[in-house]
Each structure stands twice: as structure tokens, then as C-alpha cells.
Design a protein around this ligand. Structure first.
Ligand SMILES: [Zn+2]
Length: 259
């Protein structure tokens, strides 16, 4: 059976409250062996630690998502720094999600400040970052350069091949999920065709970013398998080859054994 790694899913969200444990068991039985659940706020962290303690194969990220940036966020990043200093969970494998979003209505200058401060910690603690970005790629690249952060993933990437290359040059991987299957996403498919599988990881962003065939419904980590099959077909490569390489990319990114 092929092994898959959902590198970005919000299993702490209420959509999964009912039967979370049974669902995780089911996804594992289907081949999704590992999951990274990124935090969206500082206050979400305690719940994520519990989740990772309880379920094997579930790892976490700590960070503040641009959607949830507010007046308290700069202080929250300080709290995050103190947490990293003293008592990070053994299942913490990244910082994020963090980033820039020009559509979310949150003060953009404040978003940049909060991101910048988080990137500084990523450098200090030598952790990969999980990046969220909509329409702020040049600012994001500039901040990554400024802080000399060279490891992580640009999650849910739907930019051009050229922008993907800018991230790859800096040591980043490209996170691919449901968007590659969307009817109107020929730009994304074109990018994937040119990128190949060396620098990609799979993700679902569950419960969001459903693939074309689940549009409007709750997305789950199971979709990562279908995204793998879809990409294999798109590139004309055996699914097993795609799955194995992308699984390795994901484990390497987060410093985990492939087992
Ligand atoms: Zn997310």
C-alpha cells in the first residue's frame, strides 16, 4: 500500500469533533500515515499538543495565521518564543501556519510585523516554517531573505511556476492540495507539470480546500491519496513512485523517520 503524509490539515477544528479518533484510524488504514496539524493561534496550541499526545502519527506546528492576527498577536509571538525556549512538545515539527494574506481584511502592516517576529524564532530555533500566502509573495520572499529562513513549505500554493522557483531556490517545498484538481486551475497543473515531484509535498488543508469532486463538502486527509493519484496521472508517473518520493520529501522536511 502507498504511504501518504497530509502535511497540512486542521484536525483540531470542530468539523472533526465527532469521531475524531475513529476517523484518524480509518485514514491511517487507507495509507495516510502521518499528519501535520498547524496552529492558527497561540491559544490553539494546548489543544494541538493534546491531539498529538493522543494519536500516533499526528505532529503539530505552532504559529499565528494571518487571518487571526490582532492587537494581541505580537505579545502572543513573545509567548510562543517563551514556549519554544522552555517546553515545546516532542511532536512539534514546525512553526506555522504564518504568512501574509491581502484578502483577509486584517491590517497588512501588522501581518508583516507578526510574520517577521515568527520568522526570527524559526531562525533561532532552527525549525521549518509553514507559510500561508495570498498575493503577498514578493513581501514574503523579502522577509524570508531578511531573516535568512531557508526551510519550510509554501502551503496550498497556487502561484506561477516562476514564483514556485523563487521559493525552491531558497530551500522551500511547494504544498499541493485540492486546488490542483479544480476545473479552473490549469495554471496550477501547468506549474506541477514543470515542477515534477522533487520539491513538492501533499496536503489537504482539511476541512477546507476540497478537491473538485468534493466541492462544498468537508475535506478530509483521505483526499491526499486522490491528489497523489491525480498528480501521478498528470505527470505520467506510477502512483507508487510519486507517493514514495513525496512521502520522503515530507518526512525530510519535518525531520521525521520514513519508517
Ligand atoms: Zn491551513
Amino acid at each position: 500500500m502507498n504511504c501518504y503524509f497530509d502535511t497540512h490539515c486542521h484536525l483540531d477544528f470542530k468539523e472533526f469533533d465527532e469521531g475524531r479518533g475513529a476517523l484518524i484510524t480509518k485514514w491511517k488504514a487507507l495509507g495516510v500515515k502521518k499528519f501535520v496539524v498547524p496552529a492558527t493561534s497561540y491559544s490553539a496550541l494546548a489543544g494541538l499538543e493534546e491531539l498529538a499526545d493522543k494519536y500516533e502519527g499526528v505532529y503539530i506546528g505552532a504559529g499565528i495565521h494571518p487571518f487571526f492576527v490582532n492587537e494581541e498577536s505580537l505579545r502572543d509571538v513573545d509567548r510562543l518564543g517563551a514556549y519554544l525556549q522552555c517546553s515545546p512538545s516532542v511532536d512539534l515539527v514546525a512553526l506555522g501556519e504564518m504568512g501574509l494574506d491581502k484578502f483577509c481584511g486584517v491590517d497588512y502592516e501588522l501581518q508583516k510585523e507578526v510574520l517577521s517576529k515568527q520568522l526570527r524564532y524559526a531562525k533561532v530555533f532552527n525549525l521549518p516554517v509553514i507559510l500561508h500566502c495570498r498575493k503577498g509573495y514578493s513581501d514574503l520572499l523579502r522577509l524570508l531573505d531578511f531573516h535568512d529562513v531557508r526551510s519550510g513549505v509554501v502551503h496550498g500554493f497556487t502561484g506561477s511556476y516562476e514564483i514556485a522557483c523563487e521559493f525552491m531556490k531558497r530551500g522551500f517545498l511547494i504544498g499541493l492540495g485540492g486546488a490542483v484538481t479544480w476545473g479552473n486551475a490549469s495554471k496550477v497543473r501547468n506549474m506541477v507539470s514543470r515542477l515534477g515531484i522533487d520539491s513538492i509535498v501533499f496536503e489537504t488543508d482539511s476541512p477546507d480546500m476540497s478537491p473538485e469532486w468534493l466541492k462544498g463538502q468537508c475535506n478530509t486527509p483521505e483526499s491526499v491519496i486522490h491528489v497523489g493519484k491525480y498528480v501521478a496521472e498528470l505527470l505520467g508517473i506510477e502512483e507508487s513512485t510519486v507517493a514514495m518520493k513525496v512521502y520522503r520529501n515530507s518526512c525530510d522536511l519535518f525531520g521525521l523517520e520514513t519508517d
